[in-house]
Design a protein around this ligand. Structure first.
Ligand SMILES: [Zn+2]
Length: 386
């Protein structure tokens, strides 16, 4: 399935509002670990698998189906698949029927510098509702999402001294959720990517009903410093879905497809990292070439490389221009013109033109501005003849 873009876009004002904070709270702490990952391909990709509930907290119970048992069984199967992959390390918050505090689940992921946190649960309702839904942390969009998060958060009440440990957090109060958005904000795109891969696998490979990617305030997601999702695999209260989830066939299939989604997520990250790395290498290469080229400065002149002209208005970002950075868009003669580079050094702009041509802009050419006025290149070059 596709990510619901209405949900996603409505979320954006919040993103901008908090982005400056994230810079300090999320970004500063974690830029270092990201760097390490990018430069050390031998570091395994660490996945923390979290089977919801356990011990004195059975989770939802319907007939004889216990959420804690089913979640654990699915998680162990997910882990068995992932452990076979090279360069993936699996860590479990529990492997037995024991009680684990919510904050300890998040702490396990943080202590192990995990790259991904996946929490597995089962749903319940007083109707015959059925289907799978995957949550990322966010403000709930409706009461139903809030109710799911509230039920999963309520385990806090089973912990000793919960008032002290979860100071200021009230599972019943929506306003408690706003503060906890900050940490996960930085990982939202990646969390949504994984959540949509999970939904895609469960829905299309296992023919389950698609209840989509959703946002709500789950305590366990808010305290992790990595992309994190919570999967509600299905409803124990639905007659046939409850039986399916409680069966070894159902658990095996769910485990396999959640593992497949995680595998695809890891692969897509490796691909985009590789692409970014290649683009970085090329940029470094062109910068080195420029640095070793003798400068040929034209006073009051700005040279640019025109790479494209179009009626289409494109954002001048690397993705749209074969990885070229430093692209600008200028509206001229009723067209959008796209320029690469900006310098008064004629030798430098020629290196950049060659680079743009190598990138695929075969007809790229140099243009010149004197004091901001576009001027024929041949005339500009004449000003410096002999
Ligand atoms: Zn649960």
């Amino acid at each position: 399935m596709l990510v619901s873009f209405t949900q996603y876009n409505r979320f954006y004002p919040m993103k901008y509002l908090f982005s400056f904070l994230i810079l300090f709270i999320g970004g500063a702490n974690h830029s270092f670990s990201n760097e390490v990952k990018a430069t050390d391909p031998t570091k395994p990709f660490v996945v923390v698998l979290d089977a919801g509930h356990g011990g004195r907290d059975p989770g939802k119970v319907a007939k004889k189906y216990r959420e804690a048992d089913i979640a654990l069984s699915i998680v162990l199967k997910v882990g068995a698949h992932l452990e076979k992959l090279p360069n993936v390390k699996v860590i479990y918050t529990r492997k037995k029927d024991v009680f684990v505090e919510l904050r300890e689940r998040a702490a396990i992921a943080n202590r192990n510098h995990a790259d991904l946190f996946v929490s597995v649960h089962c749903n319940a309702h007083n109707s015959q509702a059925h289907g799978a839904e995957t949550y990322v942390l966010g403000l709930h969009k409706n009461q139903a999402n809030f109710e799911v998060a509230k039920r999963e958060n309520e385990v806090i009440y089973l912990e000793d001294n919960y008032e002290e440990k979860y100071a200021g957090f009230d599972p019943n109060a929506p306003e408690s959720l706003i503060g906890m958005m900050l940490m996960q904000e930085a990982y939202l795109d990646q969390s949504i990517l994984l959540a949509s891969l999970v939904q895609d696998k469960i829905v299309n490979k296992l023919n389950r009903k698609d209840r989509s990617v959703k946002q709500a305030g789950f305590w366990v997601l808010h305290n992790t410093y990595m992309p994190s999702v919570l999967i509600e695999t299905g409803f124990l209260t639905n007659t046939s879905e409850g039986a399916y989830l409680n069966s070894s066939k159902g658990q095996e299939e769910m485990g396999r497809e959640i593992a497949n989604a995680i595998r695809k997520y890891v692969e897509s990250l490796t691909e985009s990292e590789q692409l970014a790395h290649n683009q970085q290498l090329e940029t470094t290469h062109v910068e080195e070439t420029i640095a070793t080229t003798q400068a040929d400065i034209y006073k009051d002149v700005t040279f640019k490389v025109q790479i494209a002209a179009s009626s289409r208005k494109l954002a001048p970002k690397p993705n749209n221009f074969k990885g070229l950075t430093d692209v600008e868009r200028i509206s001229e003669d009723g067209l959008f013109k796209y320029y690469y580079g900006s310098t008064s050094d004629y030798n430098k702009i020629q290196v950049m033109k060659t680079f743009a041509q190598q990138k695929g802009y075969r007809s790229a050419f140099v243009v010149a501005y004197i004091d901001g006025v576009k001027t024929k290149l041949s005339e500009v070059l004449k000003t410096k003849a002999n």
